[in-house]
Design a protein around this ligand. Structure first.
Ligand SMILES: Nc1ncnc2c1ncn2[C@@H]1O[C@H](COP(=O)(O)OP(=O)(O)OP(=O)(O)O)[C@@H](O)[C@H]1O
Length: 481
């Protein structure tokens, strides 16, 4: 493409201009596969013959197909991102198209000595999920992260992306993260309520869909979840879905839910009959036996303290029985503490100090897992000074957040650069959409929670309110947690 020199820039003789042959050699040096692949095929045909080479190629293809059929989950996790990255590299970001995209966005540089147009160089394309591309770019002299950020709306539009983030990876190297489209056009129905406790899988609690169209599940046994999201981001969906997924365990008293709602019970009151222990900020102070007699405390702190006390008793019991792990049953239920705004709880003061609340929470988070005590906490602002126990949660989900910095605080260092643009999720029409990092890789995956209407909550209460007495045969469903 020919470009006019910028006004006032004198072009000197082209004696430093890179020759085409040198550029070609450089390009080949950076893309060794371009020559190595045909060379390897030719060598194989010459050495092994065309039939053997063809058979080898066919076997590789068949092995790939077999892998996909036999174990789609591992294929999607391991092979698909690599194949997709290569395809995108050679289609979406192919040389001339990359060059003209940057040129249109004024992100190329004119070399004043040679008059050459210098294009920021594409170092790597990674497409970890179908809708996320992470492009590593070596910028040119005279450019900075700000040069790119100033043109980021144009760049997103030129590449057809819905959201973009540009960060400095190292000196003169940027990471451009692009999110394409919304894989969740429709609202997703809530999790099914299993018929029987034996059908509940505490290692895979159903929450909604992943962007691959698969069911999104998270393990709860032996885990604690931290769910972050701004106001109206859909945190409520992640409160009702786990309850639905555990429904029959709650009904048969094999699971117990303690609910702390510092938002006055607006969200949780409807499910009141499901909860073994419950308090909201609208309740009056209550008495709590701290071992040295009764004291008057905030009712929500009383729920927290009682949960901690039961955990200690269970630990004691396990020690006496010589067990290191428990099995959930009506006699020893799996216990879950849900806190509908962790920030408001940890900010509670009064007779008990903030630091004491955090100490009790830390005790539960560090010691509860083996004893069958799990915590699910919801938070709008995950900053460490507000939620000091943040790092003790083992599973993290970020719905739409109010600030870019919240994403890494919840999902871990670098999660936003790897594609979790939770702060770019639109405010309307995308409730329940967010990102989670997987247990096997730090790569964020886009997810959408199933949505429970009031009728769905009423159905849950109707079907799963705990019986006065556990059914006589409930111990025949011991669930390892
Ligand atoms: N999974 C979902 N799918 C579609 N829409 C949803 C979903 N979850 C929530 N919504 C919609 O978003 C609204 C707000 O959701 P919700 O009350 O759960 O937000 P929140 O994060 O709990 O907000 P706050 O912190 O202010 O209580 C709901 O009334 C509902 O209309």
């Amino acid at each position: 493409m020919s470009r006019k020199p910028k006004t006032g820039t004198a072009i000197r003789r082209n004696r430093y201009k890179t020759r085409p042959e040198a550029r070609c050699a450089l390009w080949l040096a950076r893309h060794p596969g371009f020559l190595a692949t045909p060379a390897a095929v030719t060598a194989s045909v010459l050495e092994l013959g065309p039939v053997t080479t063809g058979s080898l190629a066919a076997s590789t293809l068949v092995a790939g197909l077999g892998w996909y059929r036999a174990h789609p989950e591992s294929f999607t996790r391991i092979a698909s991102p690599r194949l997709r990255s290569a395809r995108r590299r050679w289609t979406r970001y192919i040389g001339q198209s990359w060059r003209s995209t940057l040129d249109f966005c004024d992100l190329t540089v004119d070399d004043r000595r040679t008059g050459e147009v210098l294009v920021p160089r594409l170092l790597k394309v990674a497409s970890p999920t179908p809708s996320i591309d992470v492009v590593t770019v070596a910028i040119r002299k005279g450019q900075s992260v700000e040069t790119f950020r100033n043109a980021q709306a144009e760049l997103a539009s030129a590449l057809g992306a819905d959201a973009i983030s540009i960060e400095k990876a190292k000196p003169r190297v940027l990471t451009v993260t692009l999110v394409f489209g919304n894989p969740f056009e429709d609202v997703i129905p809530p999790a099914d309520i299993p018929g029987d406790p034996s059908e509940v899988d505490l290692a895979a609690i159903e929450l909604g869909d992943t962007e691959y169209g698969a069911v999104w599940t998270e393990p709860l046994a032996g885990q604690h979840w931290l769910i972050s999201g701004g106001t109206g981001s859909g945190k409520g969906s992640l409160l009702w879905n786990p309850l639905r997924a555990m429904g029959p365990m709650i009904r048969d008293r094999v699971a117990r839910i303690s609910m702390i709602d510092p938002k006055g019970g607006m969200e949780t009151e409807r499910g009141r009959p499901l909860f073994f222990d419950y308090a909201t900020s609208a309740d009056d102070e209550t008495e709590y036996d701290n071992g040295d007699g009764d004291e008057v405390v905030d009712p929500m702190l009383a729920v927290l303290f009682r949960f901690r006390d039961r955990m200690r008793e269970r630990q004691e019991q396990l020690r006496e029985d010589g067990l290191r792990k428990f099995t959930a049953s009506a006699g020893t239920p799996f216990e879950v503490l849900m806190i509908d705004e962790l920030m408001m709880l940890t900010a509670l003061s009064g007779r008990r100090t903030v630091s004491e609340v955090n100490r009790v929470l830390a005790e539960i988070l560090t010691q509860g897992r083996a004893a069958g005590y799990a915590v699910i906490a919801y938070v709008q602002e995950p900053a460490k000074d507000i939620v000091p126990v943040r790092d003790l949660f083992t599973r993290r989900i970020s719905l739409r957040t109010g600030a870019a910095s919240f994403v890494d605080m919840v999902l871990g260092e670098g999660a936003r650069d790897r594609g979790a643009l939770a702060d770019e999720i639109p405010e309307t029409g995308c409730e329940g959409i967010g990102y989670r990092t997987s247990e096997t890789s730090r790569q964020p995956i886009r997810v959408r929670a199933g949505y429970s209407t009031d009728d769905d909550i009423d159905e849950l209460v109707r079907l799963c309110t705990p019986a006065d007495e556990p059914p006589a045969d409930s111990n025949v469903y011991p669930i390892a947690a």
